[in-house]
Design a protein around this ligand. Sequence first.
Ligand code: SIN
Ligand code: FE
Length: 310
Amino acid sequence: MPVRSIAAEELGPALAGGEAGAQIRDWCAALEAGSVLYFPQTPIPIPEGDLKTLLSGSQTDSRLHKNIAYKPNRDELTGVDAKTLPAEAVRELHAIMRRYSASVEEFLSRFLAPYRKRWVLDYASYRPIEEQGRDLSVRRRNDLLHTDAFPTRPTRGWRILRFFHNIHPTRTRDWVTGEPFAKVVGHFTPSAIPAPQADGALARAGKQAAQAVGLGKLIPQWKRTPYDEFMMRLHNTMKEDAAFQSSCVREEVQFAPGSSWMVYTETVPHAVLAGQYALEQTFLVDPAAMIEPGSAPIRVLEVMTGTKLA
Ligand code: SIN
Ligand code: FE
Protein backbone atom coordinates (compact mmCIF):
# COMPACT_ATOMS: atom_id res chain seq x y z
CA MET A 1 0.00 0.00 0.00
CA PRO A 2 1.70 3.22 -1.04
CA VAL A 3 2.68 5.73 1.59
CA ARG A 4 2.39 9.34 0.39
CA SER A 5 4.75 11.49 2.40
CA ILE A 6 3.79 15.15 2.88
CA ALA A 7 6.56 17.48 3.97
CA ALA A 8 5.86 20.50 6.17
CA GLU A 9 7.02 22.81 3.35
CA GLU A 10 4.41 21.38 0.97
CA LEU A 11 1.55 21.69 3.41
CA GLY A 12 1.42 25.48 3.83
CA PRO A 13 1.16 26.33 0.12
CA ALA A 14 -1.35 23.52 -0.47
CA LEU A 15 -3.64 24.72 2.33
CA ALA A 16 -3.38 28.31 1.12
CA GLY A 17 -4.80 27.07 -2.19
CA GLY A 18 -8.16 26.55 -0.46
CA GLU A 19 -10.82 24.10 -1.45
CA ALA A 20 -10.08 24.27 -5.12
CA GLY A 21 -6.44 23.43 -4.42
CA ALA A 22 -5.40 20.80 -6.92
CA GLN A 23 -2.76 19.43 -4.55
CA ILE A 24 -5.29 18.85 -1.77
CA ARG A 25 -7.66 17.06 -4.15
CA ASP A 26 -4.80 14.91 -5.33
CA TRP A 27 -3.95 13.90 -1.74
CA CYS A 28 -7.62 13.18 -0.98
CA ALA A 29 -7.89 11.01 -4.07
CA ALA A 30 -4.77 9.09 -3.04
CA LEU A 31 -6.24 8.59 0.43
CA GLU A 32 -9.49 7.29 -1.05
CA ALA A 33 -7.58 4.91 -3.31
CA GLY A 34 -5.81 3.30 -0.34
CA SER A 35 -2.73 5.40 0.36
CA VAL A 36 -1.50 6.25 3.81
CA LEU A 37 -0.94 10.01 3.97
CA TYR A 38 2.16 10.47 6.11
CA PHE A 39 3.33 13.66 7.80
CA PRO A 40 6.94 12.99 8.96
CA GLN A 41 6.49 16.05 11.14
CA THR A 42 2.99 16.25 12.59
CA PRO A 43 0.96 19.25 11.40
CA ILE A 44 -0.70 19.33 14.84
CA PRO A 45 1.93 19.72 17.55
CA ILE A 46 0.75 18.71 21.04
CA PRO A 47 1.26 21.40 23.72
CA GLU A 48 4.43 20.66 25.70
CA GLY A 49 2.61 20.26 29.03
CA ASP A 50 0.04 17.86 27.53
CA LEU A 51 2.79 15.74 26.03
CA LYS A 52 4.59 15.52 29.34
CA THR A 53 1.44 14.29 31.07
CA LEU A 54 0.65 11.77 28.33
CA LEU A 55 4.17 10.32 28.50
CA SER A 56 4.42 10.16 32.27
CA GLY A 57 4.20 6.63 33.62
CA SER A 58 1.17 7.52 35.69
CA GLN A 59 -0.97 7.17 32.59
CA THR A 60 0.03 3.58 31.91
CA ASP A 61 -0.54 2.09 35.34
CA SER A 62 -3.24 -0.42 36.10
CA ARG A 63 -5.74 2.23 37.09
CA LEU A 64 -6.17 3.03 33.44
CA HIS A 65 -7.89 0.64 31.08
CA LYS A 66 -6.08 -0.37 27.95
CA ASN A 67 -8.39 1.66 25.76
CA ILE A 68 -8.92 5.26 26.75
CA ALA A 69 -11.52 6.93 24.59
CA TYR A 70 -12.80 10.47 24.27
CA LYS A 71 -16.30 10.91 22.89
CA PRO A 72 -16.51 14.44 21.49
CA ASN A 73 -20.28 14.51 20.94
CA ARG A 74 -20.84 13.96 24.67
CA ASP A 75 -17.55 15.43 25.90
CA GLU A 76 -16.97 12.17 27.77
CA LEU A 77 -13.78 10.34 28.70
CA THR A 78 -14.00 6.56 29.15
CA GLY A 79 -11.49 3.89 30.14
CA VAL A 80 -10.16 5.66 33.22
CA ASP A 81 -10.95 4.32 36.67
CA ALA A 82 -12.30 7.41 38.41
CA LYS A 83 -12.48 5.51 41.69
CA THR A 84 -8.73 5.07 42.05
CA LEU A 85 -7.24 7.77 39.83
CA PRO A 86 -7.23 11.19 41.51
CA ALA A 87 -10.01 13.44 40.22
CA GLU A 88 -7.47 16.05 39.18
CA ALA A 89 -5.60 13.54 36.98
CA VAL A 90 -8.86 12.45 35.31
CA ARG A 91 -9.80 16.09 34.68
CA GLU A 92 -6.39 16.81 33.20
CA LEU A 93 -6.49 13.82 30.84
CA HIS A 94 -10.04 14.75 29.83
CA ALA A 95 -8.96 18.29 28.98
CA ILE A 96 -5.96 17.04 26.99
CA MET A 97 -8.14 14.70 24.92
CA ARG A 98 -10.72 17.44 24.35
CA ARG A 99 -7.96 19.72 23.03
CA TYR A 100 -6.47 16.97 20.86
CA SER A 101 -9.81 16.07 19.31
CA ALA A 102 -10.64 19.70 18.54
CA SER A 103 -7.20 20.32 17.03
CA VAL A 104 -7.49 17.37 14.65
CA GLU A 105 -10.96 18.43 13.56
CA GLU A 106 -9.75 21.97 12.98
CA PHE A 107 -6.83 20.78 10.86
CA LEU A 108 -8.87 18.33 8.81
CA SER A 109 -11.58 20.93 8.20
CA ARG A 110 -8.89 22.68 6.19
CA PHE A 111 -6.93 19.72 4.84
CA LEU A 112 -10.00 17.76 3.80
CA ALA A 113 -11.76 20.83 2.44
CA PRO A 114 -13.12 18.94 -0.61
CA TYR A 115 -15.26 16.88 1.82
CA ARG A 116 -16.94 20.02 3.22
CA LYS A 117 -17.12 18.45 6.69
CA ARG A 118 -19.48 15.76 5.51
CA TRP A 119 -18.40 13.57 8.39
CA VAL A 120 -19.29 12.58 11.94
CA LEU A 121 -16.56 13.26 14.46
CA ASP A 122 -16.24 9.85 16.11
CA TYR A 123 -14.12 8.81 19.11
CA ALA A 124 -10.54 9.84 19.84
CA SER A 125 -8.22 7.45 21.66
CA TYR A 126 -5.06 7.51 23.72
CA ARG A 127 -2.92 4.39 23.34
CA PRO A 128 -0.30 4.29 26.10
CA ILE A 129 0.25 0.50 26.08
CA GLU A 130 3.22 -1.19 24.37
CA GLU A 131 1.77 -2.92 21.31
CA GLN A 132 4.37 -5.65 21.04
CA GLY A 133 3.34 -8.84 22.84
CA ARG A 134 -0.07 -7.69 24.10
CA ASP A 135 -2.21 -10.49 25.48
CA LEU A 136 -5.55 -10.08 23.69
CA SER A 137 -8.17 -12.39 22.17
CA VAL A 138 -7.76 -13.03 18.43
CA ARG A 139 -10.55 -10.64 17.41
CA ARG A 140 -9.14 -7.84 19.54
CA ARG A 141 -5.53 -8.33 18.45
CA ASN A 142 -4.25 -5.44 16.36
CA ASP A 143 -1.00 -7.15 15.38
CA LEU A 144 -2.95 -9.34 12.93
CA LEU A 145 -3.64 -7.83 9.51
CA HIS A 146 -7.25 -6.59 9.34
CA THR A 147 -9.63 -3.96 8.06
CA ASP A 148 -11.58 -2.02 10.68
CA ALA A 149 -15.24 -2.53 11.59
CA PHE A 150 -16.95 -1.53 14.82
CA PRO A 151 -19.07 -4.20 16.52
CA THR A 152 -21.21 -1.57 18.30
CA ARG A 153 -21.11 1.31 15.80
CA PRO A 154 -22.45 0.39 12.34
CA THR A 155 -21.48 2.98 9.72
CA ARG A 156 -24.00 2.01 7.00
CA GLY A 157 -21.39 2.60 4.35
CA TRP A 158 -19.77 5.70 5.80
CA ARG A 159 -16.00 5.42 5.63
CA ILE A 160 -13.70 5.06 8.66
CA LEU A 161 -10.91 7.61 8.48
CA ARG A 162 -8.32 7.61 11.25
CA PHE A 163 -5.75 10.25 12.04
CA PHE A 164 -2.80 9.06 14.20
CA HIS A 165 0.05 10.73 16.03
CA ASN A 166 3.07 8.83 17.36
CA ILE A 167 3.89 10.79 20.50
CA HIS A 168 6.68 8.48 21.67
CA PRO A 169 9.78 10.67 22.02
CA THR A 170 12.23 8.19 20.47
CA ARG A 171 10.57 5.05 19.10
CA THR A 172 8.81 4.41 15.81
CA ARG A 173 5.31 2.93 15.62
CA ASP A 174 5.62 -0.13 13.42
CA TRP A 175 2.80 -1.15 11.09
CA VAL A 176 2.33 -3.54 8.27
CA THR A 177 -0.20 -2.90 5.51
CA GLY A 178 -1.70 -5.35 3.06
CA GLU A 179 -3.03 -5.52 -0.48
CA PRO A 180 -5.83 -3.33 -1.88
CA PHE A 181 -9.34 -3.87 -0.52
CA ALA A 182 -10.85 -5.44 -3.65
CA LYS A 183 -8.04 -7.98 -3.79
CA VAL A 184 -8.43 -8.96 -0.13
CA VAL A 185 -12.21 -9.22 -0.51
CA GLY A 186 -11.69 -11.41 -3.55
CA HIS A 187 -9.60 -13.73 -1.42
CA PHE A 188 -12.44 -14.34 1.03
CA THR A 189 -15.61 -14.08 -1.05
CA PRO A 190 -18.11 -15.29 -1.94
CA SER A 191 -18.66 -16.98 1.44
CA ALA A 192 -18.08 -13.76 3.40
CA ILE A 193 -20.72 -11.75 1.54
CA PRO A 194 -24.04 -11.87 3.41
CA ALA A 195 -27.37 -12.55 1.80
CA PRO A 196 -28.56 -9.19 0.44
CA GLN A 197 -32.13 -9.28 1.81
CA ALA A 198 -32.97 -7.05 4.78
CA ASP A 199 -32.60 -8.98 8.00
CA GLY A 200 -34.97 -7.84 10.76
CA ALA A 201 -33.10 -9.60 13.58
CA LEU A 202 -29.85 -8.09 12.40
CA ALA A 203 -31.33 -4.59 12.29
CA ARG A 204 -32.77 -5.00 15.79
CA ALA A 205 -29.44 -6.19 17.17
CA GLY A 206 -27.72 -3.20 15.59
CA LYS A 207 -30.24 -0.81 17.10
CA GLN A 208 -29.84 -2.32 20.56
CA ALA A 209 -26.07 -2.10 20.29
CA ALA A 210 -26.30 1.53 19.14
CA GLN A 211 -28.56 2.37 22.06
CA ALA A 212 -26.24 0.60 24.50
CA VAL A 213 -23.41 2.94 23.55
CA GLY A 214 -25.65 6.00 23.58
CA LEU A 215 -25.69 6.54 19.85
CA GLY A 216 -29.34 5.50 19.59
CA LYS A 217 -30.65 8.92 20.47
CA LEU A 218 -28.14 10.73 18.33
CA ILE A 219 -28.32 8.76 15.13
CA PRO A 220 -31.30 6.41 15.48
CA GLN A 221 -31.21 5.62 11.78
CA TRP A 222 -27.77 3.99 12.02
CA LYS A 223 -28.91 0.39 12.16
CA ARG A 224 -26.70 -2.44 11.13
CA THR A 225 -26.95 -3.07 7.42
CA PRO A 226 -25.77 -5.99 5.24
CA TYR A 227 -22.73 -3.78 4.57
CA ASP A 228 -21.90 -3.59 8.29
CA GLU A 229 -22.45 -7.31 8.63
CA PHE A 230 -20.05 -7.98 5.77
CA MET A 231 -17.37 -5.61 7.08
CA MET A 232 -17.56 -7.11 10.58
CA ARG A 233 -17.29 -10.60 9.15
CA LEU A 234 -14.35 -9.58 6.97
CA HIS A 235 -12.53 -8.15 10.03
CA ASN A 236 -13.07 -11.36 12.01
CA THR A 237 -12.29 -13.70 9.13
CA MET A 238 -9.01 -11.97 8.29
CA LYS A 239 -7.79 -12.18 11.89
CA GLU A 240 -8.92 -15.77 12.37
CA ASP A 241 -7.45 -17.15 9.12
CA ALA A 242 -3.98 -18.32 10.10
CA ALA A 243 -3.08 -19.32 6.53
CA PHE A 244 -4.01 -15.85 5.26
CA GLN A 245 -2.01 -14.21 8.04
CA SER A 246 1.12 -16.22 7.28
CA SER A 247 0.95 -16.03 3.49
CA CYS A 248 -0.58 -12.66 2.59
CA VAL A 249 1.43 -9.93 0.91
CA ARG A 250 2.49 -7.28 3.43
CA GLU A 251 4.57 -4.16 3.53
CA GLU A 252 6.32 -2.77 6.61
CA VAL A 253 5.81 0.89 7.49
CA GLN A 254 7.55 2.70 10.32
CA PHE A 255 6.08 5.95 11.62
CA ALA A 256 8.71 8.21 13.15
CA PRO A 257 8.48 9.73 16.62
CA GLY A 258 6.55 12.99 16.32
CA SER A 259 4.91 12.01 13.02
CA SER A 260 1.24 11.77 12.05
CA TRP A 261 -0.56 9.74 9.40
CA MET A 262 -4.08 9.14 8.22
CA VAL A 263 -5.71 6.30 6.38
CA TYR A 264 -9.11 4.80 5.57
CA THR A 265 -8.74 1.84 7.90
CA GLU A 266 -11.93 0.08 6.77
CA THR A 267 -10.29 -0.56 3.39
CA VAL A 268 -6.53 -0.58 3.95
CA PRO A 269 -5.51 -3.83 5.68
CA HIS A 270 -3.21 -2.91 8.56
CA ALA A 271 -1.69 -4.15 11.80
CA VAL A 272 0.46 -2.56 14.50
CA LEU A 273 3.43 -4.70 15.56
CA ALA A 274 5.25 -2.46 18.00
CA GLY A 275 5.20 1.00 19.46
CA GLN A 276 3.93 2.83 22.50
CA TYR A 277 2.07 6.08 23.10
CA ALA A 278 -0.15 7.19 20.27
CA LEU A 279 -3.13 9.47 19.89
CA GLU A 280 -5.84 8.84 17.32
CA GLN A 281 -9.02 10.55 16.13
CA THR A 282 -11.65 8.73 14.05
CA PHE A 283 -14.01 10.31 11.50
CA LEU A 284 -16.93 8.63 9.75
CA VAL A 285 -17.00 10.15 6.28
CA ASP A 286 -19.96 10.25 3.88
CA PRO A 287 -19.06 8.05 0.87
CA ALA A 288 -20.94 10.51 -1.36
CA ALA A 289 -18.39 13.18 -0.38
CA MET A 290 -15.54 11.25 -1.99
CA ILE A 291 -13.70 12.81 -4.90
CA GLU A 292 -13.95 9.36 -6.45
CA PRO A 293 -17.23 7.92 -5.06
CA GLY A 294 -16.47 4.52 -6.59
CA SER A 295 -13.55 4.16 -4.17
CA ALA A 296 -15.84 3.72 -1.14
CA PRO A 297 -15.94 0.07 -0.05
CA ILE A 298 -19.74 0.07 -0.11
CA ARG A 299 -19.63 0.95 -3.80
CA VAL A 300 -16.91 -1.64 -4.47
CA LEU A 301 -19.02 -4.33 -2.78
CA GLU A 302 -22.25 -3.26 -4.44
CA VAL A 303 -20.62 -3.51 -7.85
CA MET A 304 -19.20 -6.93 -6.94
CA THR A 305 -22.53 -8.32 -5.68
CA GLY A 306 -24.90 -6.40 -7.91
CA THR A 307 -27.09 -5.53 -4.89
CA LYS A 308 -27.61 -2.59 -2.58
CA LEU A 309 -25.95 -3.24 0.76
CA ALA A 310 -27.26 -0.30 2.81
C1 SIN B 1 -5.40 -0.52 14.58
O1 SIN B 1 -6.25 0.28 14.17
O2 SIN B 1 -5.46 -1.67 14.22
C2 SIN B 1 -4.33 -0.09 15.55
C3 SIN B 1 -3.45 0.94 14.99
C4 SIN B 1 -2.52 1.54 16.02
O3 SIN B 1 -2.87 1.62 17.21
O4 SIN B 1 -1.42 1.98 15.63
FE1 FE C 1 -7.39 -1.45 13.05
